[in-house]
Design a protein around this ligand. Structure first.
Ligand code: 5GP
Length: 188
Protein backbone atom coordinates (compact mmCIF):
# COMPACT_ATOMS: atom_id res chain seq x y z
CA UNK A 1 0.00 0.00 0.00
CA UNK A 2 2.02 2.90 -1.37
CA UNK A 3 0.18 5.66 0.49
CA UNK A 4 0.90 3.97 3.80
CA UNK A 5 4.56 3.38 2.98
CA UNK A 6 4.97 7.03 1.98
CA UNK A 7 3.42 8.13 5.28
CA UNK A 8 5.68 5.81 7.27
CA UNK A 9 8.72 7.29 5.51
CA UNK A 10 7.44 10.84 6.08
CA UNK A 11 6.27 10.58 9.71
CA UNK A 12 7.67 7.36 11.18
CA UNK A 13 10.36 7.82 13.81
CA UNK A 14 12.97 5.16 14.50
CA UNK A 15 13.60 4.35 18.15
CA UNK A 16 16.26 2.08 19.57
CA UNK A 17 15.67 -1.68 19.70
CA UNK A 18 13.96 -1.94 16.32
CA UNK A 19 10.90 0.07 17.36
CA UNK A 20 9.13 2.34 14.90
CA UNK A 21 7.06 5.18 16.36
CA UNK A 22 4.00 6.06 14.29
CA UNK A 23 2.24 8.21 16.91
CA UNK A 24 1.61 10.96 14.39
CA UNK A 25 -0.94 8.97 12.35
CA UNK A 26 -1.67 5.55 13.91
CA UNK A 27 -0.81 5.13 17.60
CA UNK A 28 -1.67 8.42 19.27
CA UNK A 29 -3.02 10.94 16.77
CA UNK A 30 -5.02 9.05 14.15
CA UNK A 31 -5.32 10.01 10.49
CA UNK A 32 -8.91 8.86 10.02
CA UNK A 33 -8.81 9.24 6.22
CA UNK A 34 -5.72 7.06 5.94
CA UNK A 35 -7.24 4.63 8.47
CA UNK A 36 -10.33 4.24 6.28
CA UNK A 37 -8.07 3.58 3.25
CA UNK A 38 -6.21 0.99 5.33
CA UNK A 39 -9.52 -0.65 6.28
CA UNK A 40 -10.68 -0.71 2.64
CA UNK A 41 -7.44 -2.43 1.69
CA UNK A 42 -7.94 -5.08 4.40
CA UNK A 43 -11.51 -5.65 3.22
CA UNK A 44 -10.29 -6.08 -0.38
CA UNK A 45 -7.47 -8.42 0.64
CA UNK A 46 -9.81 -10.62 2.69
CA UNK A 47 -12.63 -10.50 0.14
CA UNK A 48 -14.61 -13.72 -0.22
CA UNK A 49 -13.86 -14.83 3.33
CA UNK A 50 -16.83 -15.35 5.61
CA UNK A 51 -16.23 -13.08 8.62
CA UNK A 52 -18.65 -12.73 11.53
CA UNK A 53 -16.54 -10.54 13.80
CA UNK A 54 -13.46 -8.33 13.80
CA UNK A 55 -11.23 -8.95 16.81
CA UNK A 56 -8.38 -6.83 18.15
CA UNK A 57 -6.50 -5.99 21.35
CA UNK A 58 -6.67 -2.61 23.05
CA UNK A 59 -5.53 0.01 22.50
CA UNK A 60 -3.87 0.59 19.13
CA UNK A 61 -5.77 -2.09 17.24
CA UNK A 62 -9.15 -0.57 18.02
CA UNK A 63 -9.09 2.24 15.44
CA UNK A 64 -8.31 0.10 12.37
CA UNK A 65 -10.60 -2.68 13.65
CA UNK A 66 -13.57 -0.32 13.94
CA UNK A 67 -13.17 0.92 10.37
CA UNK A 68 -12.94 -2.68 9.09
CA UNK A 69 -15.96 -3.72 11.18
CA UNK A 70 -17.90 -0.74 9.85
CA UNK A 71 -17.15 -1.70 6.24
CA UNK A 72 -17.92 -5.40 6.82
CA UNK A 73 -20.96 -4.53 8.95
CA UNK A 74 -19.93 -6.94 11.70
CA UNK A 75 -19.25 -6.34 15.42
CA UNK A 76 -15.78 -5.40 16.64
CA UNK A 77 -14.53 -7.16 19.77
CA UNK A 78 -11.40 -6.01 21.57
CA UNK A 79 -9.50 -7.94 24.21
CA UNK A 80 -8.90 -5.86 27.31
CA UNK A 81 -5.61 -5.51 29.12
CA UNK A 82 -7.29 -5.16 32.53
CA UNK A 83 -10.10 -7.49 33.47
CA UNK A 84 -13.03 -5.46 34.79
CA UNK A 85 -14.61 -6.86 37.99
CA UNK A 86 -17.96 -6.69 36.25
CA UNK A 87 -16.99 -9.15 33.50
CA UNK A 88 -18.63 -12.58 33.64
CA UNK A 89 -17.47 -15.66 31.75
CA UNK A 90 -14.06 -14.13 31.06
CA UNK A 91 -11.34 -15.89 29.11
CA UNK A 92 -7.71 -14.77 29.40
CA UNK A 93 -4.23 -15.55 28.25
CA UNK A 94 -0.83 -14.07 28.95
CA UNK A 95 0.90 -12.09 26.19
CA UNK A 96 4.47 -10.81 26.22
CA UNK A 97 4.58 -7.18 25.11
CA UNK A 98 7.40 -6.37 22.72
CA UNK A 99 7.33 -2.63 23.41
CA UNK A 100 6.91 -2.89 27.20
CA UNK A 101 9.18 -5.95 27.74
CA UNK A 102 6.61 -7.31 30.16
CA UNK A 103 3.72 -9.80 30.15
CA UNK A 104 0.07 -8.73 30.23
CA UNK A 105 -3.09 -10.74 30.53
CA UNK A 106 -5.50 -10.12 27.69
CA UNK A 107 -9.11 -10.82 28.55
CA UNK A 108 -12.45 -10.91 26.83
CA UNK A 109 -15.92 -12.06 27.67
CA UNK A 110 -16.47 -15.58 26.34
CA UNK A 111 -20.08 -14.69 25.49
CA UNK A 112 -18.82 -12.50 22.63
CA UNK A 113 -16.54 -15.09 21.02
CA UNK A 114 -18.23 -18.38 20.28
CA UNK A 115 -17.82 -21.47 18.12
CA UNK A 116 -20.13 -19.88 15.55
CA UNK A 117 -17.62 -17.06 14.97
CA UNK A 118 -15.23 -16.69 12.05
CA UNK A 119 -12.92 -13.92 13.13
CA UNK A 120 -10.68 -11.46 11.35
CA UNK A 121 -7.95 -10.25 13.71
CA UNK A 122 -6.68 -6.73 12.99
CA UNK A 123 -3.71 -5.01 14.69
CA UNK A 124 -1.32 -2.15 14.12
CA UNK A 125 1.99 -4.09 14.18
CA UNK A 126 3.19 -7.65 13.73
CA UNK A 127 6.57 -8.11 15.41
CA UNK A 128 7.23 -11.40 17.23
CA UNK A 129 3.61 -12.43 16.94
CA UNK A 130 2.91 -12.75 20.68
CA UNK A 131 -0.30 -10.70 20.58
CA UNK A 132 -1.61 -12.62 17.58
CA UNK A 133 -0.70 -15.97 19.19
CA UNK A 134 -2.58 -14.89 22.33
CA UNK A 135 -5.68 -14.14 20.26
CA UNK A 136 -5.32 -17.51 18.48
CA UNK A 137 -5.31 -19.13 21.92
CA UNK A 138 -8.51 -17.30 22.95
CA UNK A 139 -10.15 -18.36 19.68
CA UNK A 140 -9.04 -21.93 20.32
CA UNK A 141 -10.56 -21.88 23.86
CA UNK A 142 -13.88 -20.87 22.32
CA UNK A 143 -13.54 -23.06 19.19
CA UNK A 144 -13.96 -19.97 17.04
CA UNK A 145 -12.48 -20.06 13.54
CA UNK A 146 -9.74 -17.60 12.56
CA UNK A 147 -10.49 -16.49 8.99
CA UNK A 148 -7.38 -14.30 8.79
CA UNK A 149 -5.09 -11.82 10.49
CA UNK A 150 -4.35 -8.35 9.11
CA UNK A 151 -1.59 -6.01 10.25
CA UNK A 152 -0.95 -2.44 9.19
CA UNK A 153 2.82 -2.81 9.58
CA UNK A 154 4.81 -6.04 9.65
CA UNK A 155 8.38 -5.99 10.86
CA UNK A 156 9.69 -8.74 8.61
CA UNK A 157 12.99 -8.93 10.49
CA UNK A 158 11.08 -10.38 13.46
CA UNK A 159 9.54 -13.82 13.27
CA UNK A 160 5.82 -13.21 13.93
CA UNK A 161 4.72 -13.75 10.33
CA UNK A 162 6.59 -17.03 9.95
CA UNK A 163 5.18 -18.34 13.27
CA UNK A 164 1.63 -17.54 12.15
CA UNK A 165 2.09 -18.93 8.65
CA UNK A 166 3.49 -22.19 10.12
CA UNK A 167 0.22 -22.49 12.02
CA UNK A 168 -1.68 -22.10 8.74
CA UNK A 169 -2.94 -18.58 9.46
CA UNK A 170 -3.74 -16.38 6.48
CA UNK A 171 -1.63 -13.25 7.19
CA UNK A 172 -1.99 -9.93 5.34
CA UNK A 173 0.39 -7.06 6.12
CA UNK A 174 -0.06 -3.76 4.30
CA UNK A 175 3.50 -2.46 4.77
CA UNK A 176 6.31 -4.97 5.24
CA UNK A 177 9.51 -3.61 6.69
CA UNK A 178 12.68 -5.52 5.87
CA UNK A 179 15.00 -3.55 8.11
CA UNK A 180 15.16 -0.59 10.47
CA UNK A 181 18.97 -0.62 10.75
CA UNK A 182 21.33 2.30 9.99
CA UNK A 183 18.62 4.88 10.86
CA UNK A 184 16.75 3.89 7.70
CA UNK A 185 13.37 2.29 7.02
CA UNK A 186 13.71 -0.31 4.25
CA UNK A 187 10.55 -1.98 2.92
CA UNK A 188 10.49 -5.51 1.47
P1 5GP B 1 4.09 -8.76 18.75
O1 5GP B 1 3.00 -9.17 19.70
O2 5GP B 1 3.83 -9.17 17.33
O3 5GP B 1 5.45 -9.17 19.22
O4 5GP B 1 4.11 -7.18 18.77
C1 5GP B 1 3.01 -6.49 18.29
C2 5GP B 1 2.47 -5.52 19.28
O5 5GP B 1 3.54 -4.79 19.88
C3 5GP B 1 1.60 -4.53 18.55
O6 5GP B 1 0.28 -4.67 19.00
C4 5GP B 1 2.17 -3.18 18.88
O7 5GP B 1 1.32 -2.53 19.80
C5 5GP B 1 3.49 -3.42 19.53
N1 5GP B 1 4.64 -3.17 18.65
C6 5GP B 1 5.55 -4.07 18.20
N2 5GP B 1 6.51 -3.48 17.50
C7 5GP B 1 6.22 -2.17 17.48
C8 5GP B 1 6.85 -1.03 16.89
O8 5GP B 1 7.91 -1.07 16.26
N3 5GP B 1 6.22 0.17 17.07
C9 5GP B 1 5.07 0.29 17.77
N4 5GP B 1 4.53 1.52 17.87
N5 5GP B 1 4.45 -0.77 18.35
C10 5GP B 1 5.01 -1.98 18.20
Amino acid sequence: MELLKERILKDGILLSGGVLRVDNFINHQIDAVLMMDIAKEFVARFAGREITKVVTVEASGIAPAIFVGYLLKVPVLFAKKNRPNTMDNSISTSVYSFTKSDSNEITMCGDYLTKEDKILFIDDFLANGNTALGVLKLAEFQKAEVAGMGFIIEKGFQDGASKLKELGVDVVSLAKIKSLGNCEIIFE
